[in-house]
Design a protein around this ligand. Structure first.
Ligand code: C5P
Length: 236
């Protein structure tokens, strides 16, 4: 089924599908990177965990009426997705201050925002994924302001759904990153949603169940990703 490699990113490989030009196969790698690839490590089994977690989250979102590129999980590390023309934006939604916003602005970590914040970053390794405003985003992507608003509204809707999902497993959704793609002229959710791309804090202990344990060197990545998967499976 899998044919030639289309693209290899930091956390996934993307393959063409033999005889089906509409779909692609995402293969989750065991590599972990942080700070735009400046910190790297390999965790055998991470690819399997993120494939399962991301598939479970996309299935949940589809049940809530959020359309995405996700078709189905194929095996331990691979999933089938619709091919999209990826929009080079990282769309970050923040409910609570953590990470880069606390380094860029005088906002203390754990500050709860009165309403969720949506930020756009231009997806470019050589430019170090700079934070951009709506007008920059339109120039850099060719999207209209109307399409950009559609992405923002969609990101906020996804935030509402994800907050509900994670609250049900005793987790606070602090922030997360989404990517969108165009398929047949429609903008849909793409890429992955996993502990690599979200900050999730246990509601009782405030301990993270996400990639911050690797970024900060404060915990065992495989253990916390497995704990997240166990909680998601318990409510399926
Ligand atoms: O680094 P920062 O604090 O801006 O990250 C905000 C959120 O976006 C975090 O959940 C982080 O995991 C996610 N993110 C990501 N990929 C990036 C940058 C941020 O998944 N390249």
């Amino acid at each position: 089924m899998k044919s030639t490699l289309l693209y290899e990113g930091k956390a996934k490989k993307v393959y063409f599908v033999e005889g089906d030009s509409e779909k692609l196969i995402l293969s989750y790698k065991d590599d972990a990177t942080a700070f735009n690839g400046k910190k790297k490590s390999v965790f055998p089994g991470k690819g399997k965990l993120n494939n399962e977690i991301s598939a479970a989250i996309f299935e949940y979102l589809q049940d809530q009426g959020i359309s995405s590129h996700f078709v189905q999980k194929l095996n331990e590390t691979e999933q089938l997705v619709y091919q999209t023309e990826i929009i080079p934006l990282e769309v970050v939604v923040r409910n609570i201050a953590a990470g880069s916003i606390t380094r860029r602005l005088p906002i203390e970590e754990k500050t709860v925002f009165p309403k969720p914040l949506v930020e756009f970053y231009y997806k470019s390794d050589i430019w170090d994924d700079p934070l951009i405003n709506d007008d920059h985003a339109c120039i850099l992507t060719g999207l209209s302001l109307h399409e950009l608003k559609e992405i923002k509204d969609n990101a906020l809707k996804i935030n509402d759904q994800l907050r509900k999902l994670f609250a049900g497993i005793n987790l606070t959704l602090v922030d997360f990153k989404l990517e969108f793609g165009k398929r047949k002229n429609t903008i849909i959710l793409a890429d992955e949603i996993s502990p690599d791309t979200c900050r999730l804090w246990d509601k009782d202990t405030m301990e993270p169940l996400d990639k911050d344990v690797f970024r900060k060197g404060t915990g065992n990545l495989l253990e916390v990703y497995q704990e997240l998967l166990n909680r998601l499976e318990a409510i399926r």
